[in-house]
Design a binder for this molecule. Structure first.
Ligand code: 5AD
Length: 345
């Protein structure tokens, strides 16, 4: 009943959404409807993005994150422009047509430095999309990065509920600014991604419903979603990881509410279960983001403990995903993987 409502594009009552996320839901039915919805628009095609974690310096101290400024045990690194370009070239040869440059909030990267890097990458790969995932910046900065050629921007909103947001972050990081940045990013013209963790300490189903409402308001092109996983050098080291089951339900609900949304089956999911990314596809995800960072730096970009694939080459990882996807009737495509414009279908 509720599933039909979602499919019809009707925003349900908060209580209805909560009951859908609760454990007595018929998951099989929910996941099947979600994956059929993805199939309707994207067929059996899965998009890939090559993730390049180019700096683990961060000026922030988010309570959940392993690369927070206060983690003095962590050895910090920055990749050189040449190392980043090499990652892109390797990725290109493997069939990647989107590169995601991700880092902590590293003040070293001025607009000038970033714009020069963006131009270099776009010049060598004009047929590729470039995504930035480098945190909160000024509107002026976002504009400059867009003008330099960046196509997309990922900034997880982390928690739409303002009280919950404040329990996860130090005072200087505000939910208002986070949301303001996202609105600016979208207005400037980036394909925009927000997202949040499932199972952060203190999170309730009601908070998740607020995330779903926020996503409806923002209308992003992408939503990244994964379980919270504790990291031993953070304040939240003793909290349990988020539930895989709940992640899958949230993912499926998102798919039903936003049929053409780009939804990655995240690496954090596979930390909970080797097959969780495949389960994610079966619940409506349509993107996978393998790591293209040099293996030598992977262990230094641990946002959480037991992060997967820190020692496997992108090529190897890609073959593994490809084999698993084939078994369930999906295939990876060589494409920028832009969001489908529903008006054109
Ligand atoms: N567990 C799961 N995800 C995390 N992230 C940061 N720390 C953790 C953690 N401990 C997520 C945040 C961030 C993204 C890059 O990684 O949502 O936006």
């Amino acid at each position: 009943m509720m599933i039909e409502k979602l499919e019809a594009g009707i925003f349900p009552e908060r209580s209805e959404l909560i009951s859908l996320l609760e454990s007595d839901t018929n998951d099989e039915e929910l996941f099947e409807c979600a994956r059929e919805t993805a199939r309707k628009y994207y067929g059996n095609k899965i998009f890939i993005r090559g993730l390049i974690e180019f700096s683990n310096y961060c000026k922030n101290n988010c309570y959940y994150c392993g690369i927070r400024a206060g983690n003095k045990k962590l050895e910090r690194y920055r990749l050189s422009d040449q190392e980043i370009i090499d990652c892109c070239r390797k990725g290109y040869d493997l069939g990647f047509r989107t590169f995601v440059l991700q880092s902590g909030e590293d003040p070293y990267y001025t607009d000038d430095i970033l714009c020069a890097l963006i131009k270099k990458i776009k010049k060598s790969h004009p047929d590729c999309a470039l995504t930035l995932s480098i945190g909160e910046r000024s509107r002026k900065s976002y504009k400059a990065l867009f003008k330099a050629g960046a196509d997309r921007y990922l900034l997880r909103h982390e928690a739409a509920d303002e009280k919950h947001y404040r329990t996860l972050h130090p005072q200087e990081l505000t939910p208002e600014n986070r949301k303001k940045c996202l609105r600016e990013i979208k207005k400037i013209g980036f394909e925009t991604g927000c997202g949040f963790m499932v199972g952060t300490p203190g999170q309730t189903l009601d908070h998740i419903v607020s995330d779903l409402v926020f996503i409806c308001e923002l209308e992003p092109d992408m939503v990244g979603l994964g379980p919270f996983i504790p990291h031993e050098d953070t304040e939240y080291k003793n909290y349990p990881a988020g539930s895989l089951e709940l992640c899958m339900r949230v993912l499926a609900v998102l798919r039903l509410m936003h049929p053409t949304l780009l939804i990655p089956a995240t690496t954090a999911l596979s930390t909970l279960d080797d097959d969780a990314q495949i389960m994610g596809i079966m619940a409506g995800a349509n993107v996978i983001m393998p790591n293209l960072s040099p293996i030598a730096v992977r262990e230094k970009y641990l946002l959480y403990n037991n992060k997967k694939y820190t020692d496997s080459e992108a090529a190897e990882r890609l073959n593994e995903i490809r084999a698993k996807l084939t078994r369930i009737g999906y295939e990876i495509v060589v494409s920028r993987g832009d969001r489908i414009n529903i008006k054109n279908v």
